[in-house]
Design a protein. Structure first.
Lengths: 186, 187
């Protein structure tokens, strides 16, 4: 007996798992080998206590009662499961329908776009009226634009003249003339 | 290609797969003691342990129609019992130190005194086993208390036989240290 092998055999001996021949062999070895004897003395005490503790637990009784209870639980579960199964199928079906609807509403980027309705068929005031409705009074009033039919009737009407001063004409570049930009007041 | 089925429960499981409730009852009768013992070993509360053991068999009833005979049934039973019991144990963990341990009667005499000392020693051993790391505790319970062989324990723990042997050795050494400390403290 040496190394890891004797360690395993020693444990098997402590746990009373060895046949009689092997037990005798281990006992003979223990008489000769002080190292194994020391290890055995350390482990045998705990092995004995564990074996003693393992022997105290009696096998649980009430076998038939236990079986009846298990069967009752299974029956209860079998009754419950069809309802849960139906609910689960309904939930999955509903989720699939929702997904399908979402996909139809938002086509994939590669999918061809829906052709837009001709301009003449669009409601003239659809976007602007909504904008005008929520626009506060300090911003330009677009309602006048709507009355004049913009943007469907061609050009946008001129708004108030710009308060910005006219930008001076850019000087022409000629050879030998230094480039001077005029000062601009903003 | 055919696979040899070595599970001693294979015949019963095949009958269960054909819908036989009697075969299932036979399976429960065969394994219920081991499952309940293991659950009781892991959970202090007897009622909880009974509940877990029943849950294991209900799960087995649900699982067996799809059983592929890749593992032995008793291995699955031990693994499932261990996992369910561990869940219950975790829940109970925070309460374990709140409850006071039963106090022995004052000044017992004769046999009664010896009984108490023996009981206290068993409690100390169980406490030491409970203090082991998870894998070492598992190997001690399966090998020493449940008397499973090294191969069976390796199956349940999904590891090699060498690992089981090494874990058991480490566990015994650790237990030896823990109980030695306790003996020194008693003196």
């Amino acid at each position: 007996m040496s190394g890891k092998h004797d360690q395993d055999r020693l444990i098997a001996y402590i746990l009373n798992e060895l046949p009689a021949e092997d037990r005798a062999r281990v006992e003979a070895h223990l008489k000769e080998c002080p190292r194994c004897r020391t290890r055995f003395e350390q482990l045998s005490q705990i092995g004995t206590r564990l074996n003693a503790d393992a022997g105290t637990q009696t096998d649980p009784g009430n076998e038939e009662a236990f079986l009846v209870e298990v069967n009752q639980r299974i029956d209860a579960e079998n009754e419950r499961r069809p309802v849960f199964g139906l609910l689960r199928r309904l939930a999955v079906g509903g989720a699939l329908v929702m997904l399908l609807l979402l996909l139809l509403r938002h086509p994939a980027p590669d999918a061809p776009c829906r052709p837009r309705a001709p301009v003449a068929q669009q409601r003239p005031d659809h976007k602007i009226s909504r904008l005008a409705k929520h626009t506060p009074a300090v911003y330009p009033d677009f309602s006048g634009l709507l009355e004049r039919g913009w943007p469907l009737a061609g050009k946008a009407p001129a708004l108030s003249p710009s308060p910005m001063p006219a930008f001076p004409a850019t000087p022409k570049l000629t050879e030998g003339v230094s480039l001077v930009f005029p000062k601009i007041k903003l | 290609m055919t696979r040899e089925i070595t599970d001693p429960d294979a015949q019963i499981i095949l009958e269960i797969q054909h819908g036989s409730r009697d075969a299932f009852n036979q399976l429960v009768r065969r394994h219920q003691a081991a499952v309940r013992r293991l659950a009781q070993r892991l959970i202090d509360d007897e009622e909880e342990a009974r509940d877990v053991a029943q849950e294991v068999f209900v799960l087995a009833w649900r699982e067996l129609p799809r059983w592929r005979f890749k593992a032995k049934f008793f291995t699955w039973l031990y693994q499932t019992t261990w996992n369910l019991s561990r869940g219950v144990r975790r829940k109970a963990y925070r309460h374990q130190y709140r409850e006071k341990p039963p106090q022995p009667d004052s000044a017992p005499s004769g046999n009664r005194r010896e009984e108490i000392i023996t009981a206290e020693r068993h409690v100390a051993v169980r406490a030491a086993v409970a203090a082991l790391p998870e894998r070492q505790r598992q190997v001690v319970i399966l090998r020493v208390y449940e008397k499973l062989s090294v191969a069976q324990t390796a199956d349940v723990m999904k590891c090699k036989e060498g690992t089981v042997k090494a874990l058991l050795f480490q566990a015994l050494k650790k237990l030896s240290g823990l109980l030695q400390t306790e003996n020194d403290y008693e003196r």
